[in-house]
Design a protein around this ligand. Sequence first.
Ligand code: BES
Ligand code: ZN
Length: 456
Amino acid sequence: MSLDATLARIDADLPAALDRLMALLRIPSISTDPAYADKCQQAADWLVEDLQSLGIAAEARATPGHPMVVGHVEGDGPHVLFYGHYDVQPVDPLDLWDRDPFDPAIEETAKGKVIRGRGSSDDKGQLMTFVEACRAWKAEHGSMPCRITFFFEGEEESGSPSLIPFLKENKEELKADIALICDTGLFESRVPAIMTQLRGLLGEEITLTGPDKDLHSGMYGGVARNPIRVLSRILANLHDDNGHIQVPHFYDGVPELSDEMTAQWEALNFDHGTFLGDVGLSKPAGEQDRSALEMIWSRPTAEINGIIGGYTGDGFKTVLPSKATAKVSFRLVGQQDPHALREHFRAWVRAQLPEDVSVDFHGHGASPASQMQTTHPAFESARSVLGAEWGHEAAFTGCGGSIPVAGYFKSILDMDTMLVGWGKDDDQIHSPNEKYDVESFHKGIRSWARILDAIR
Ligand code: BES
Ligand code: ZN
């Protein structure tokens, strides 16, 4: 049976596929907030039922956190594992949303139809592109294109605390010839991208304490040590005037880009003016001796994600605070070791503390960067068929974000990963008014049908 018939079925079934996605988007599966634990379970159960309706043996497996959905279906040819995550980011600030984040809708915009709602792009819409491709294939052929293991996580957005133990405990069951992950985007919102490297991530929360209670800033100001002042100075010291990170040993294990990669990336003609212009900016603000694409894909970063301290409510209060906190994250590349870096960072902070200030550190996630092995034939198969769908030849690219599971597939299951996805730069993932273009969803489903047809 021909690929064309499967593609035609996908086209005809699009309204129903959108309805199914809407049902999944209505479940507020915010993994980081314990108040939504039952909603995460509900999203997992919804997926299990949907997979079962395709004749896939699927179940929600309990973990100490949110369940993992695992499903298997037999078939000939290669064995692929498909990974996506059904959990979503919190929705705050809620007042910046134009609609209820969990009451999704199709909206007409100047750039076409979009699916608006939390998780539409990251990652429920993307996850469902694969499931819908399998549904159409099954309907057309009566069986699946190849042997497939479905693996959906519910804790990706909150540091994947249950993932490593789960992979270790279910090694034999989960190992396939290759993993496919749909959690990334198109290059410049147009060009199908197969991402060959991901940055790692290290999270640190630091709390400085000065006086043992909040004080009147007139009575004590000037004589008492202010922890916000100390914290601001430390944070300002993270970078020098050229954007280089000043934590000792930070650059240990950071490789230079190979000549081959440099040439590949230059050929992409990345337009950083548009990329930054779309978010109201103009000038690349990272390491000043690097190209914008290097800043996003192949260079490590230190970013301050949040600062808490003193009086932040309406009006004004003359307080000299007892405590000040910052959340800092580092994107890692090459062989940078997240655990060693955590210690270097903490030592660097401690060395800058004046008298009467103490520090508490709270560590968040720590995952290394990963480099994909592109020699598996699936890479060439995918590259060769994606152009027909998108009107642009597919490119091998880097990725600024982090998807730690890809590294664990390699280190724990000895399985390579191919990352492809259909998100666009303006999807506003993790932000208010997240959306996924209907085009991304529709062509994404068709793309998976083409990829499965090519690799089976
Ligand atoms: N889907 C994103 C990763 C991503 C972001 C890929 C941008 C391509 C472009 C993923 O869900 C995510 O947000 N990951 C987190 C890391 C996680 C450990 C919290 C990230 O990158 O911050
Ligand atoms: Zn994601």
